[in-house]
Design a protein around this ligand. Structure first.
Ligand code: SF4
Ligand code: SF4
Ligand code: F3S
Length: 279
C-alpha cells in the first residue's frame, strides 16, 4: 500500500533533558535532515523549530486546525501530576493542559524516551513532581481521541531512546500505513523483543565465567562480561547491541565502550526503581 505523504508531526517537550532529540540529531541513516525535510512534516518542535514565541504557537495552532485526526503526536518527557502540574509550563500551559488540547486530535502518539514512556529519571523516588508517562497520563486525565476511542501510544523507552527506533517506527508507518506490532508495555516488538543479554558481544565471556571485577582491571581491558560491574543486560529489553547508536562518526553502545548497561530503557530496572531498591 502507498504510505501517507510526509505525515504531519507535532513534537512536544514536557519534563525532560532534550537528550532524546539530541540523540536523534546524531542519527546517520537516515539523518535528521532527511527525516524532517523529506519524510515527515515537523510542524511543531520547541527544539528544532526556526520560529519562536507567538510564531511557534501559530505553527502549532495551524497544524492542529489543518490536520485534525491525522497527525502523529511525539512526546518527549514526563507529565508532572503533583501541584496541578505547575512544575512544567510551555506558553503558560501545563503538560496536562497541552494533552487535553492536542491529544484528542492526533492519530497516534509516540512516547520517545523513558521519561515519556513511564516517567524516567524524574519519577525516581521520591518523585517530587509526581512524574508519570504519557499513556498513564492519558488514562489519569480521561483523555481519548475525539471519536471517544483510546489514542494509540507507542512507547520507545531509552535514556536517550535509540534514534533508530523512532526512525524505524516512522518509516514503518510511512511504508505500511499502520503502526508496528507492540508488546504488553506498548513497545514495538521489532526493537524491544529481546533482552540485551541475548545479543551482547560479551555473552561468550559471561557463558565462560570471565568477568571484569572492577573498572580498568585486566578483564575489563580485555572486553570481558560486565555483569559484576552491575550490568542490567539480563533484565533489559532493547536492541542496543544489534543496532548500536550514540557515537558521532561510528556507532557503538554502552557495553561496547566498557560500561555496563544500566537498564535505561526498562521499567522498574536501574534508576527506574525506588532508591532503596537500587543496587
Ligand atoms: Fe533526556 Fe532520558 Fe528523558 Fe530522553 S529519556 S529526554 S535522554 S531524561
Ligand atoms: Fe550480559 Fe551485560 Fe555481560 Fe553483556 S556485559 S553478557 S549484557 S551481563
Ligand atoms: Fe540503555 Fe542499556 Fe541500551 S543502558 S542504551 S538499554 S545498553
Amino acid at each position: 500500500a502507498a504510505g501517507p505523504a510526509r505525515p504531519p508531526v507535532i513534537w512536544l517537550h514536557f519534563q525532560e533533558c532534550t537528550g532524546c532529540t539530541e540523540s536523534l540529531l546524531r542519527a546517520t541513516h537516515p539523518t535528521v535532515e532527511g527525516l524532517i525535510l523529506d519524510l515527515i512534516s515537523l510542524d511543531y518542535s520547541e527544539t528544532l523549530l526556526a520560529a519562536a514565541g507567538h510564531q511557534a504557537e501559530q505553527a502549532l495552532h495551524d497544524s492542529l486546525e489543518n490536520n485534525k485526526g491525522g497527525f502523529i503526536l511525539v512526546v518527549e518527557g514526563s507529565v508532572p501530576t503533583a501541584d496541578n502540574g505547575n512544575f512544567c509550563k510551555v506558553a503558560g500551559k501545563t503538560p496536562q493542559q497541552m494533552l487535553h488540547g492536542i491529544a484528542p486530535h492526533a492519530a497516534a502518539a509516540i512516547a520517545i524516551g523513558s521519561c515519556a514512556s513511564w516517567g524516567g529519571v524524574q519519577s525516581a523516588a521520591p518523585n517530587p513532581t509526581g512524574a508519570i508517562g504519557i499513556q498513564e497520563a492519558l488514562k489519569l486525565y480521561g483523555i481519548s481521541k475525539s471519536d471517544g476511542t483510546a489514542l494509540p501510544v507507542i512507547n520507545l523507552p531509552g535514556c536517550p531512546a535509540s534514534p533508530y527506533n523512532i526512525l524505524s517506527t516512522v518509516l514503518y508507518y510511512l511504508t505500511l500505513s499502520q503502526l508496528p506490532e507492540l508488546d504488553a508495555k506498548g513497545r514495538p516488538k521489532f526493537a524491544y523483543g529481546r533482552l540485551i543479554h541475548e545479543n551482547c558481544e560479551r555473552r561468550p565471556h559471561f557463558d565462560a565465567g570471565r568477568f571484569a571485577e572492577e573498572y580498568g582491571d585486566d578483564g575489563h581491558r580485555q572486553g570481558w562480561c560486565l555483569y559484576k560491574l552491575g550490568c542490567k543486560g539480563p533484565e533489559t529489553y532493547a536492541n542496543c547491541p544489534v543496532i548500536e547508536f550514540g557515537d558521532v562518526g561510528g556507532n557503538t553502545w554502552p557495553v561496547g565502550i566498557g560500561h555496563p548497561c544500566f537498564g535505561c530503557s526498562e521499567q522498574g530496572v536501574g534508576f527506574h526503581k525506588p532508591l532503596h531498591e537500587q543496587a
